[in-house]
Write a new protein. Structure first.
Length: 518
């Protein structure tokens, strides 16, 4: 029997921060182990508003450093993953009685110039009384501003970070629960348990990163046994999805009388995403769902702007996520800082523990770099920062290259219609050809599970992107749950479970054959 490896870094938590740190560290030549109790990116990181944005409203709370860092990162990230992220224009109607015109224009001027914008268009004033941008809005809204931010498929972002980390040598273990972590001499011993088989393992590492997100304090207290004065403020953000409310490709940002804002964003071609709420979450982070009054708040806030009121029956889906914000003592969930706080505990030379508090999806890469600065003293042989100019899997093309790739994919696979080809490129980028393989006709892709989801795609996701259940495929690797029926999703899940069972049987047979040969 060979000795168990001693990893440089073990990471608890497979959200965007944990996977981002794993990728960064592995690319610097460090050995990395990451475990996640559920699916990769299966919690907070999958339930964001799906924006790479500076956070326009954070300027009101004087979060200039955070906003500047996020504004710079928008373009870094769009260039690195142009298949799952792209520029998005937002229309901000001027609403008399709320923030004055001059204040909005000043804020947008700062927003345009604070982060060194290069590829995103500048702010402009728009006449809502004419043209399609004002058509779905109430008649009293005459003037607005149009500015730039970025869109991202958040759950795919996490999976691509995990894949790239693994490609660079990291060990990624989804559905693996860390049950205890303890310092023993110069190392951490992390006790893990496979959430499906119950098999246990002890992982040894020189440093431990607690990237547990909403569970960061639980990991500290219950699993590591450290009492810390640092507190996490759990804030729930809920969203509703409706049928498409307008025909153009811009998003809206609406001001509300309570000084909050909500977005109405084109979503998956045929839908509109409306969110988010900001509410302290006092229940378990394992139980998160939109409350009736949150739903009503979003319906009411959007209906203040849209000419046609939005009703509860217009909703086709909802989702909620809990953001683990650093508790800075703010009076409201809305005012709580979105900045990240990184704290190292090494207790007089003992193996270090790095705890990750807070953060937002736009700054995850910078957070990972900052985490490596914190850990750098323990790993002096680690190489320099590298992620700023490195493409994600499937993203090695120009930031405006999606139309070309879609045309090329349709030329190569003539059975694809434009919507199918667009979805494939916006999901897999240059790897779409790996998913479709040598297919010459649609039948070559195997079984169809609904819409344009095929057996070939599902098998690729299972083999390459940690997908094990139907919900992984239809709600995180894709958003086809919006289009598939309950029966179709159940059939997909049955297929995936049978495929996994067949793989397990084949592995058992191979092992028995090997033992017999020995």
């Amino acid at each position: 029997m060979t000795d168990q490896p001693v990893y440089d870094i073990a990471i608890i938590g497979g959200g965007v921060n944990g996977c981002g740190i794993a990728r960064d560290a592995a690319g610097r030549g460090l050995s990395v182990y990451l475990c996640e109790k559920g699916d990769i990116g299966g919690a907070t990181s999958s339930w964001s508003t799906k924006l790479f944005h500076g956070g326009l409203r954070y300027l009101e709370y004087y979060e200039f450093r955070l906003v500047r860092e996020a504004l710079i990162e928008r373009e870094v990230l769009i260039r690195a993953m142009p298949h799952i992220s792209w520029p998005l224009r937002f229309v901000l109607p001027h609403h008399k009685g709320l923030r004055p015109w001059w204040l909005l224009r000043l804020g947008l001027f700062i927003y345009d110039h604070l982060g060194g914008r290069k590829i995103l268009p500048a702010t402009r004033t728009v006449d809502l009384a004419k043209g399609p941008l004002g058509a779905p809005l109430k008649d009293y809204l005459k003037t607005g501003f149009e500015y730039s931010d970025g869109w991202v498929q958040d759950s795919r972002l996490v999976v691509l970070n995990a894949r790239d980390a693994e490609r660079r040598g990291a060990v990624i273990r989804p559905r693996t629960l860390a049950t205890k972590a303890e310092r023993m001499g110069e190392h951490w011993h992390i006790h893990t348990e496979d959430a499906e088989t119950g098999e246990s393992e002890i992982v040894t590492a020189k440093a431990l990163v607690n990237a547990g997100g909403p569970w960061v304090a639980d990991i500290l207290n219950a699993k590591i046994g450290l009492n810390t004065p640092d507190k996490v403020r759990l804030v729930r953000g809920s969203h509703i999805i409706t049928r498409r409310l307008f025909d153009h490709d811009r998003a809206y940002i609406f001001q509300n009388a309570d000084n909050r804002i909500i977005f109405a964003i084109p979503y998956e071609d045929d839908f509109t995403l409306i969110g988010t709420t900001d509410r302290d979450h006092d229940a378990s982070a394992d139980t998160v769902a939109i409350a009736d009054d949150e739903r009503d708040y979003l319906l009411s806030a959007a209906s203040e702007y849209f000419e046609k009121p939005i009703e509860a029956e217009d909703i086709v889906w909802t989702y909620s996520g809990v953001r683990p914000l650093y508790d800075d003592g703010a009076s409201s969930a809305t005012a709580a800082t979105r900045d990240y706080v990184l704290k190292v505990e090494d207790r007089g030379g003992e193996p270090p523990l790095l705890n990750i508090f807070g953060g937002k999806i736009t700054t995850y890469r910078r957070l990972a770099e900052a985490a490596m600065v914190k850990l750098g003293q323990y790993f002096p042989n680690a190489s320099e920062p590298w992620t700023a100019n490195a493409a994600m899997p499937g993203g090695a093309f120009e930031h405006d290259g999606q139309p070309r790739l879609i045309d090329e994919l349709r030329h190569r696979y003539t059975f694809l219609d434009s919507a199918w080809a667009r979805r494939m490129i916006r999901t897999y980028g240059t790897e779409a050809v790996d998913v479709l393989g040598e297919a010459h006709r649609v039948e070559d892709l195997g079984r169809h599970f609904g819409f344009n989801l095929t057996e070939a795609e599902v098998r690729w996701l299972m083999a390459n992107e940690y997908a094990r259940r139907a919900e992984d495929v239809v709600w995180r690797r894709t958003k086809l749950g919006l289009r598939l029926s309950t029966e179709e999703i159940a059939a997909l899940d049955a297929f995936m479970q049978e495929e996994r069972a067949a793989t397990a049987r084949a592995a058992t047979t191979r092992a028995a054959t090997t033992r017999a040969a020995e």
